[in-house]
Design a protein around this ligand. Structure first.
Ligand code: CA
Length: 227
């Protein structure tokens, strides 16, 4: 998935069309706040970032991404009408991986994207990260961080966390969690779920609150406080 933050609709649609035509998944956003909302749900493999934007400068968006552990290594190509050497240096110093001056051809853009994805392929193995509050799960690396710190989980704790976060907002009964995570249907064992939820919560520290108990029903993952 490639995200593009670009306020000019014409350029955005043109680039998204080119990316999708070459078989890539791509989503476009007009404002930094729209991009952040999308990033909270799903991180892209690469971001195309315009420099001149409403709300804030692309460089400031980039600096915030670089100071967040979840997006520190996100591959970023800056796109800009400013092609002076100083602007280019500012972009690269600000943490951009590459820089393309407008106007650019789609063939050049596509080849730069592919080159950057190849360069970052190792880091990018974890680009399928799921975020919820201070929690970050990286399924391809089997890694979980809570407020930036690595958390060591057992296989079942990990599977349950991943399942709940993937289905955030949905409530699951103990029985359905047993079926999903342990692969069997035996309601007598439903205490197993409670035990795993308890250890999972304590390992996640303050992020443990993201695993919520729905009284009389079961559990769910969510950020909004319960009544
Ligand atoms: Ca712009």
């Amino acid at each position: 998935m490639i995200y593009m933050l670009e306020d000019e609709e014409g350029i955005r649609n043109f680039v998204l069309y080119a990316l999708r035509s070459s078989g890539m998944e791509a989503e476009g956003f007009e404002t930094p706040s729209a991009l952040r909302a999308a990033m909270a749900e799903r991180l892209p493999e690469l971001l195309l970032l315009d420099r001149m934007l409403p709300e804030e400068d692309g460089l400031s968006v980039l600096k915030k991404l670089r100071s967040d552990p979840g997006t520190r290594k996100l591959p970023v190509i800056m796109l800009t009408a400013k092609d002076s050497e100083l602007d280019k240096v500012e972009g690269l110093d600000g943490g951009a991986d590459d820089y393309i001056a407008k106007p650019f051809g789609t063939l050049e853009l596509l080849s730069r994207i592919k080159a950057l994805l190849r360069r970052t392929a190792d880091d990018n193995a974890g680009a399928d990260r799921l975020m919820l509050g201070g929690l970050c799960i990286c399924p391809s690396k089997h890694e979980v961080t809570a407020d930036g710190s690595r958390v060591a989980l057992t296989l079942k704790e990990y599977d349950m966390l991943l399942f709940l976060v993937r289905h955030r907002g949905e409530v699951f009964s103990r029985e359905s969690l047993l079926r999903e995570i342990w692969g069997y249907d035996f309601s007598g064992e439903s205490r197993t779920v409670d035990v795993h939820i308890r250890t999972l919560r304590s390992k996640l520290g303050s992020c443990g609150e993201l695993i919520q108990t729905i009284r009389g029903v079961g559990y769910k993952a969510g950020e909004e406080p319960l009544d």
